[in-house]
Each structure stands twice: as C-alpha cells, then as structure tokens.
Design a protein around this ligand. Structure first.
Ligand SMILES: C[S@@+](CC[C@H](N)C(=O)[O-])C[C@H]1O[C@@H](n2cnc3c(N)ncnc32)[C@H](O)[C@@H]1O
Length: 329
C-alpha cells in the first residue's frame, strides 16, 4: 500500500482558514507557543515526544506477555532505535519486580488495554463502512501496519515533524509495509492542522473515524475545544471519535502516586510537568450538545470485560481517566 507524507508548517498559524461562527482557535497564539513543548524539542528524545516512546515500550511489553491484550511487533524497534531509552525494558522479564513495578507493570498494562480497546473501536468503525482513519497525536502508533483494516482505508497520522521523522526512519529500516494507505501529516495541533489534513487528501464529505489517544491533556483547553469542534465540522453522519480524558480538577492531587512517581524516577518523565494544567473543557458534553451519541467508560470497565488489566488502587493517577466513545448519527 502507498504512503504519502505531507508537512504542515506549525509556525504559520496566521494562515489558518477563517472558521465562521467559531472562536479564533488557540492556535493563532504567538509563534513561541507552537514551538515550545515544555521540553525544548519536537522529536521523540524529549518533552512530550518522549511519551510516544513510553507508550511504545509499554506496547512492546504487552506484546510479549503470555496474556497479551494487543500485539505490536514494531513497538520494541522504536524503543531500541532511540538512544534516550536504550535501557528501557521491552519484555516484562527485563523488569526486576515485574508486574509489581508501577511503571512497567500496572501503567504499561494500562497502555496495553487502551491499545486493545481502541483497536477494537477502529475495527468496528471500519466494519460499518468507514474508510478514513485520523490519528491525532499519532506518535508511534502502527495501526496502519498491524490492523486488518479494509485495504481501501486511508490512515492519516498527525503528529509533529520530529516524531514522524523518527517513526519513518525506524519503519524504513524494518522495510515495514502498511496494510492500507498511510498518510503521515507533520503538523502541530496548535497550528493550522486542518489545511495540512485536507491537503493530504482527507475528505470531509466521507465518513471518518478519529482517535485522540493519550493526547488531549497535553493540549491547552481552548486548543482541545477547537480540536473537538473541528472534528465535528469535518465529519459526516456515520463518523466516530474516541478520546481519552482526565476528569481530575487538580492533577497535582496524585503527584505522589506510584505511577507518576515511578515514571519520574525510573525514566525521568514528569508527566505532571507535561500535562496542561489549565481548566479542561467538557468535550463529551460538547459533542452531545451537537447531536453526537457519547458514552464514557473507566479503563477498569474494560479490565472487567477482558478479564485482565489494571484495577483501581489507592492514590491512583488513573482514577480520573476516562475513555469516551462518540458517534455522529
Ligand atoms: C502519549 S503520546 C501518544 C501517542 C499515540 N497516540 C499512542 O497512544 O501511542 C502523545 C503524542 O501526542 C503528540 N502531541 C502532543 N502534543 C502535540 C501537538 N501539539 N501537536 C501534535 N502532536 C502532539 C506527541 O508528539 C506524542 O506523539
């Protein structure tokens, strides 16, 4: 299957097309808000880009579990290719305390479960005839390579240029071939991503399915609102969106939780420093007000469905996490 790459310029927010009846997007903020990501880099080697490697490592571990929920044969190659995480595990056997480790045990399992649930969501949407998939903040997602989507599907992967360049390098070295048409779209979601996406071939008049997996809490609230409103604007009936949200009013309540502490101390990623800490919009409510049908679940609901995965625990950084599934009737 073919691949096309489109690069948007994140430093040209002024070129964003006028959006009638919508507030000016937060993307039209000064250029430095687009280039800063809290870590001073737009690749996978720091800042929020590094979280893509964290999820890849978790997927590698999940892949090799005897009770695996999701399979991603590419995940460990990303981890091994990035010098910054050379000593991260890609098998649970490499974690001295195994499943008891809050990061590579419980948190990794969370990502494995999330991968499985959203794989199933995409496959169900494709089963209803949807042929366009948009991955917002795609990171090192390899669904275009590993899922049995219909061959006439197009998967648009939006992330920043540095992340997609790293992904391209690793997949090229593996001679990996996507199973569907794959279209990387290098653009910052705080810039004019709509032009980048439509220029890449996305058709707003055909049904589409969208994922915002592990993304929204890194974005400023107004950017999330614009993103959700824009998904509504770019979708027809029969389209679907799944996203992950955090409901906590104060994220710092869990600053000493085992998950945040282990992630900070074992691999130097301070998630609370990367999350946007401003007020969050009610995106599920916003979609419902626009006529979408929505359902919201805890991850633990799916642990019970699958018979494995994380369960609630005291001082739990996952307590406010919700997975929202929305359909446009
Ligand atoms: C935790 S990773 C999740 C990646 C992928 N969705 C997954 O679940 O494997 C977050 C991703 O969001 C991307 N991201 C964060 N802020 C972004 C922005 N403003 N524009 C584009 N991508 C962004 C990061 O580069 C990173 O790849």
């Amino acid at each position: 299957m073919s691949e096309t790459s489109i690069t948007g310029d994140p430093r040209r927010p002024a070129d964003a097309p006028p959006a009638p009846a919508e507030p000016a997007p937060a993307e039209s903020a000064p250029a430095q808000s687009v280039t800063e990501d809290g870590g001073g880099t737009e690749g996978v080697d720091g800042g929020v880009g590094l979280t893509a490697l964290l999820v890849a490592a978790a997927r590698a571990i999940e892949t090799h579990r005897h009770d695996s929920l999701a399979q991603d044969a590419y995940a460990e190659h990303f981890v091994r290719a990035a010098g910054v995480c050379a000593d991260w595990p890609v098998r649970s056997q490499q974690v001295p305390d195994g499943d008891a480790n809050p990061l590579w045990g419980r948190f990794a399992r969370y990502f494995g479960l999330r991968t499985r649930v959203l794989d199933d969501f995409l496959l169900r949407s494709a089963g209803t005839g949807v042929r366009q998939v948009v991955l917002l903040g795609a990171g090192l997602d390899t669904r275009a390579f590993r899922l049995d989507l219909p061959a006439d599907c197009a998967v648009f992967e939006i992330d920043r240029a540095g992340v997609l360049a790293f992904k391209h390098r690793v997949l090229t070295e593996l001679s990996a071939a996507p199973k569907v048409k794959r279209v990387p779209v290098a653009v910052d979601l705080r810039a004019d991503w709509v032009t980048a996406l439509t220029s890449a071939g996305f058709d707003p008049d055909a049904p589409s399915v969208w994922l915002a997996e592990g993304l929204l809490f890194y974005l400023p609230g107004p950017t999330e609102t614009y993103l959700i409103d824009t998904v509504d604007r770019l979708t027809t009936r029969g389209s679907a969106l799944a996203f992950e949200a955090k409901l906590e009013k104060d994220l710092l309540v869990y600053r000493d939780s085992p998950i945040y502490t282990a992630t900070r101390e074992q691999i130097g990623i301070d998630l609370l420093g990367l999350f946007d800490r401003g007020p969050r919009p009610d995106s599920a409510g916003g979609l419902a007000a626009r006529g979408w049908s929505t359902s919201m679940h805890t991850p633990f609901d799916f642990t019970r469905v699958h018979g494995r995965g994380p369960l609630p625990e005291p001082n739990d950084a996952l307590e406010g996490n919700r997975w929202v599934f929305a359909h446009k009737p």
